[in-house]
Design a protein around this ligand. Structure first.
Ligand code: IMP
Ligand code: MG
Length: 176
């Protein structure tokens, strides 16, 4: 394995300021209606737990799904659901909380998967998106905290082969 350099990209305080704003938008959007807030493991776990702390809605149910599509720094093009949600989603607002929308394949897969369960609405709330990489049409509403260029990033939940998720800032990976 080659040595790797990390270049600072988005500092923790900037991320957390933005998450507060996202929580406000969600609270205004759903008022106190029933919302299923589903974390897409593992990458979204840090964003999700921070977002939760700021939501004031008292009608939120939590759940977790796990999907896989990446190997190293590139998408395999195939999305696999490793763990499904277990709560009842029918007639409730569904908010899928993602770390990043890259090609959009995962988002599209999740949307198709959950539409079958007849939620009242579906929103994908993603910490990041690489708009240049989007290769599919997303048939759902999205709320994105940061649009970023097409670079591989790590930290704040995002990994490279399962490492670096614990770093508090987001960094760009620079191969030596
Ligand atoms: P998509 O299906 O191509 O949109 O990819 C979505 C998933 O790929 C995300 O949930 C991430 O887990 C992973 N991913 C995409 N870009 C990056 C990145 O820059 N760093 C780390 N993981 C990434
Ligand atoms: Mg990942």
């Amino acid at each position: 394995m080659t040595d790797k350099d990390f270049v600072p990209f988005i500092k923790n305080n900037k991320i957390e300021r933005k998450i507060k704003q996202i929580a406000k938008i969600l609270d205004q959007k759903y008022d106190n209606e029933e919302v299923c807030l589903v974390c897409v493991l593992k990458g979204a776990v840090v964003f999700y737990s921070q977002l939760l702390k700021h939501l004031k809605n008292k009608n939120i149910e939590l759940d977790f799904v796990e999907v896989k599509s990446y190997c190293g720094t590139s998408s395999t093009g195939k999305v696999k659901m490793v763990k499904d949600a277990t709560i009842e989603i029918k007639d409730k607002h569904l908010v899928l909380v993602e770390d990043i929308i890259d090609t959009g394949l995962t988002a599209k897969f999740m949307c198709e998967h959950f539409k079958k369960q007849s939620p009242k609405s579906i929103l994908m709330c993603s910490l990041l998106q690489k708009p240049e990489k989007l290769s599919v049409k997303l048939d759902m509403e999205t709320l994105v905290a940061f649009n970023i260029p097409n670079k591989f990033i790590i930290g704040y939940g995002l990994d490279l082969d399962e490492k670096y998720r614990n770093l508090k800032d987001i960094l760009i990976l620079k191969e030596k």
